[in-house]
Write a new protein. Structure first.
Length: 211
């Protein structure tokens, strides 16, 4: 059991380190669970290797940390407007979606408001979308380049999906201030995308479940 946990941690750290280091120009050949040396010539092994190398990369490169890699939050005290209890499934990643102003801002704040572009698994913990501010240019760009990719990662993993906000018309739609036409909100796009991918809303559990 301990070996399996160690293997999972190595895999998670490897994914994070590879994504962050490659994106910021450091040596991708450092990504290994085998004995390697850091810039000071010190040898590391296994999990130690990845944790130390990732920490080194974060501090030397100014990379945004993946705040939930070392700390898994299993329960959130905030009571969202949907009434659901925010408790993570210990056996998989639990993704939370909802209206930002109504609920998600309170959830991300309780989680420490860690902004990260890490979209990988968080087994036993929560997955929320809270990326660095400079990744947002406009609603369409953010959906195409960030939001839908984050959501598709969660769908492909088979995450549990909790709705912090009930999917009612007032939070799924808005009037565009320029065109004055009715358009989907960010939460509305997420909800519609899940419907398009074979999910339905279960009002009893406040979860999106596969048909």
């Amino acid at each position: 059991m301990q070996n399996l946990a160690a293997e999972n941690k190595v895999r998670d750290l490897t994914d994070v380190y590879r994504e962050k280091v490659q994106a910021n120009g450091a040596g991708a050949d450092a990504v290994s669970a085998q004995p390697v040396e850091n810039s000071a010539g010190q040898g590391y092994n296994g999990i130690n290797t990845l944790e130390k190398l990732y920490d080194e990369a974060v501090h030397s490169k100014g990379i945004d940390g993946a705040g939930d890699v070392g700390k898994v939050i299993t329960e959130i005290r905030y009571k969202p407007s949907s009434g659901v209890t925010l408790k993570a499934n210990p056996n998989k990643t639990t993704t939370v979606i909802g209206n930002f102003e109504k609920d998600m801002k309170n959830i991300v704040n309780e989680m420490g408001n860690v902004k990260s572009s890490y979209f990988g698994a968080k087994k036993g913990g929560f997955n929320v979308l809270n990326v660095p501010d400079d990744m947002y240019k406009n609603a369409d760009q953010f959906w195409d380049e960030v939001n839908v990719k984050w959501l598709d990662e969660a769908i492909s993993r088979g995450d549990d999906f909790i709705l912090a906000t009930k999917p009612t018309t007032d939070v799924l739609w808005k009037i565009d201030p320029v065109s004055r036409t009715k358009t989907l909100t960010g939460f509305g796009r997420e909800y519609q995308h899940m419907l398009d991918n074979g999910y339905v809303y279960d009002s009893l559990s406040n979860m999106m479940v596969k048909k």
